[in-house]
Design a protein around this ligand. Sequence first.
Ligand code: ZN
Ligand code: ZN
Length: 345
Amino acid sequence: MKALLLTAPSRLEFTDFPAPEPAEDEVLLRVRACGICGSDIHGWDGSTGRRRPPLIMGHEASGEILRVGRRVDRWRAGDRVTFDSTISCGQCHYCRAGQVNLCEHRRVVGVAPAEYRQHGAFAEQLVVPARILYPLPPQLSFTQAAMIEPVSIAVHAVQRVRIAPTDTAVVVGAGMIGLFVVQALRWAGARQIVAVDLAANRLQLARELGATHVLQSDAVDVAAAVAQLTGGRGADVAFEVVGVSPTLQLALATLRRGGAAVLVGNLAPQADFPLQSVVTRELTLHGSCASAGEYPLCLDLIARGVIRVEPMISAIAPLAEGAEWFEKLSAKGAAARYMKVILEP
Ligand SMILES: [Zn+2]
Ligand SMILES: [Zn+2]
């Protein structure tokens, strides 16, 4: 089969690679679409240490089943599917509690840290365990389905808190995940959804996708503006979707007393933290990582048009052009020009 193989840091080769064989509990997929994730870009150049070559990356994918392992009975050749980017063990304390994103033995498809090497979907074929598969609704295209992972991250984040119909929610960071958080908040029924970003074009998109208010953070005092929208009290909940000190502080500053923050972004491993403000205002902080069983819900939300993924797809290109797209996406200023690029093997 053809595969886009990471052979050395920052070097991708479109090359022949032995096709994988499904074990008895696995299925063999013909990959139809696979998105390039930000984590692939950061792993590609060796900076995170989680994409050690040789590796086929890619974990945001969809395709159809070619063949099933001997003990797989729920699936058959021809089924259109997507899969959870996290391979959970199904056995540990967290898996048994339904918190598969916290699995003690989790592996991520298309990742190779020191402990394992799990080839991914930038290839014509891929094997994955049958237990992480989900069927595609008939009206969903393969490219739409390849957006399921970022959508699930946003829906999981919104489900970390209970959204009341009277709530004002702030979303700091209107990149792709932030824009999905905005849409998930609209679905969850928040009364006011306030998107905050530096880029006017992203705020425009946030408004089109359901933000009731947008605030350009270098042009207005965001905390004061949110206070004004909430009778002087502040927001009930804030989503931090960037992950650096200034945006974390901004998100916390928009909250009312007793409010909650959901922390999704983690660009920086450490951040300055306003301890006294969190303690004295009794704020609640929730970390949110990946997703835990939200794929069927997300597939339904996309299929019904409740969450729109098309505005975030910047380009769809053949897998053979993958190396060029990694160069483009790692160039300075790329984040402002592209959201999601999807490769088709
Ligand atoms: Zn991803
Ligand atoms: Zn587990």
